[in-house]
Write a protein that binds this ligand. Structure first.
Ligand SMILES: NCc1[nH]cc(CCC(=O)O)c1CC(=O)O
Length: 309
């Protein structure tokens, strides 16, 4: 029987705090434990401190995870809560993603100021985003649109939009819902023509490999369909070598024991692209994702990745 509170690591952004609170609430319900049995430990990460440059320029992996992972490994934390989308495809030795909460909506949302939808935005409109994937997907649909680098928390980006810096911005619908800000959304983008980032909308919990006490504790709230879908998407990203300078999109859907995956890689200008669709048993989620990644990689050829990076 655990008597000391579980120490839950998280970043300090409003979204990260909402995700940690949701995790705690699910664990309290699953194990019939009081709130006092959980301590939420807030850590600032390198990614939180750099707000003036696109992270894709800085490169390096794990900008949002390093500090949390150090504290996990030293035993200061029992587990850490993350947006799966921000997790590197390869984790440090000794750590693993042991559980996923039920996934939120996977779609991107447009928050339009001068028009409600991507197609209705004025000629030459500006869209604020720091995501290469969103930039490429916007340009693919509307080559006339200019992209302005937009960083900071969800709240900061919405404020910049309000102040009139851009005509519209794009955010994950999941994050807006978790922050109870979904009323700002003017258009939800269909994954068929605006596919989300791998792992978008899924909260994961990272813990020490071999810490079976914590793994068993977390297993009570693990959502298997999310686990399989996100494992497939992360394997796709991993097979593409996850360079954050390449626009990569993809999502898996579980239907019973079956899984369907759609993946897409593009040039940042959205003018060239390679798509892949694969399906198979959910039990092979990871290998399907890897296969999908290898397929688009081979189709694109080595030159594709060298054109701009
Ligand atoms: N990179 C920032 C980030 N990481 C996760 C989310 C949203 C929530 C999610 O996808 O789970 C966001 C903000 C955004 O893309 O709008």
């Amino acid at each position: 029987m655990q008597t000391k509170p579980f120490r839950i690591g998280t970043r300090g952004s409003p979204l990260a705090l909402a995700q940690a609170a949701e995790t705690r609430a699910r664990l309290m319900a699953a194990h019939d434990l009081p709130e006092e049995m959980f301590e939420i430990v807030i850590l600032s990460t390198t990614g939180d401190r750099i707000v003036d440059r696109p992270l894709s320029e800085i490169g390096g992996k794990g900008l949002f995870t390093l500090e949390l992972e150090e504290q996990l490994m030293s035993g200061e934390l029992d587990f850490a809560v993350h947006s799966s989308k921000d997790m590197p495809t390869v984790l440090p030795d000794g750590l693993c993603l042991s559980a996923y909460l039920p996934r939120e909506d996977i779609r991107d949302a447009l928050i339009g100021r001068t028009a409600a939808s991507l197609t209705a935005l004025p000629d030459g409109a500006t869209v604020g985003t720091a995501s290469l994937r969103r930039q490429a997907l916007v340009r693919r649909i509307r080559p006339d649109i200019q992209v302005t680098i937009f960083r900071g928390s969800v709240g900061t980006r919405l404020r910049k939009l309000d102040e009139g810096h851009v005509d519209a911005t794009l955010l994950a619908f999941a994050g807006l819902k978790r922050l109870a800000r979904e009323e700002v959304v003017t258009e939800l983008l269909d994954p068929a023509d605006f596919p989300p980032a791998p792992a978008q909308g899924a909260i994961c919990i990272e813990s020490r490999t071999g810490d079976s006490r914590v793994a068993d504790f977390l297993d009570a709230i693990n959502d298997r369909p999310t686990y399989d879908a996100v494992s497939c998407e992360r394997a796709f990203l991993g097979a593409l070598d996850g360079s954050c300078r390449t626009p990569i999109a993809g999502y898996a859907l579980c239907e019973g024991d079956h899984l369907r995956f759609s993946g897409l890689i593009l040039t940042p200008d959205g003018r060239q692209e390679y798509a892949v669709e694969l399906e198979g048993p959910r039990s092979e989620a990871e290998s399907l994702g890897r296969q999908a990644g290898e397929t688009v990689r081979a189709a694109a050829g080595p030159g594709f990745f060298e054109t701009w990076s």
